[in-house]
Design a protein around this ligand. Structure first.
Ligand code: HEC
Length: 270
């Protein structure tokens, strides 16, 4: 009798069991065939319901989500118009923010400790209700004084600062509780640039002291020194002019000599 190879036996056994529908626990390669053919049958069943029923969760969410209500449409339709208005409104605001008064309002934070946030005074003299305009009818003298502080005036032998004919009496250095006004300019040991000193002086004159930029008395000063369009302010900020060269750099100052410098000096006499 011929020996039948084992794998052929297994195959015929598998065929038989396939024909009779019986499953077999035999795990030979031949037996894998019915299992393998069963798999595609199962797979065929699976995709059918999937394609019909299942939307992915995000599609379901999009389909069931609430739509934009009709009344919101008017608001949405106006958005472009609103955006235009917004852009138009932005332009003048930028200009104001860059001007000396806006910068000075911030810089005044370093003065407020002694002079009060509104200029009502304290360790330093009052800087409100027009008092400082009496002391310094010329902004140039105030710029000088704030730049150097009062001790430089003492050292230079100056008996007074500001207007010698000041209404209510001229101010002498160290005449306010004997305390000095500290120097502010960078080159004499202070922390402020010349553009910042101009800005804070403009803030004190036109905001805390309340001088009216539209008045006949102050209009010219305001436009020359403190308006956002001030060429002097722009030049100081850009570094193209300094307190010491300002009179040479700006023709309109040469007409009225006595422009600001960085050394203590007697007030402009006119
Ligand atoms: C440490 C306190 C102190 C600080 C900070 C200070 N000051 Fe003064 N300030 C004084 C004192 C004190 C006087 C009076 C000086 C004197 O009599 O010599 C004075 C005087 C003045 C005057 C003269 C007022 C007048 O009518 O006579 C001005 C203007 C002035 N300060 C502006 C400023 C500005 C601007 C700043 C900030 C950049 C500032 N001060 C920061 C203490 C201070």
């Amino acid at each position: 009798m011929t020996e039948i190879p084992e794998h052929l036996l297994n195959r015929s056994k598998a065929r038989r069991s396939e024909a009779s529908g019986e499953s077999t626990s035999d795990s030979s390669p031949a037996v894998a065939t019915p299992a393998a053919s069963a798999a595609p049958a199962k797979a065929k069943e699976a995709p059918a319901p999937k394609a019909v029923v299942q939307d992915p969760a995000y599609v379901v969410a999009a389909k069931t989500r609430k739509k934009i209500p009709f009344w919101a449409m008017t608001t949405l339709a106006l958005l472009p118009a609103w955006a235009m208005l917004y852009l138009i409104a932005l332009k003048p605001a930028e200009k104001v923010v860059a001007g000396p008064l806006a910068i000075g309002a911030t810089t005044f934070g370093s003065c407020a400790g002694c002079h009060g946030a509104d200029g009502a005074g304290g360790a330093g003299r009052v800087l409100y209700q027009g008092e400082v305009m009496k002391t310094f009818p010329h902004i140039e003298d105030m710029l000088n004084f704030v730049y150097t502080g009062s001790q430089e005036y003492v050292a230079a032998g100056l008996k007074l600062y500001g207007n010698p004919k000041r209404e209510g009496g001229a101010h002498a250095p160290l005449s306010y509780n004997g305390n000095p006004m500290p120097m502010q300019g960078e080159t004499v040991g202070g922390a402020l640039t010349e553009a910042e000193i101009l800005s804070v002086v403009c803030h004190v004159r036109y905001t805390t002291s309340g001088a009216d930029p539209a008045s006949e008395e102050w209009m010219s000063e305001y436009e020359t020194w403190c308006s956002p369009d001030s060429e002097i302010f722009k030049a100081l900020e850009a570094g193209s002019s300094t307190f010491d060269s300002i009179e040479k750099d700006f023709a309109m100052l040469a007409e009225k000599p006595g422009a600001v410098g960085t050394k203590p000096r007697a007030a402009i006499s006119k």
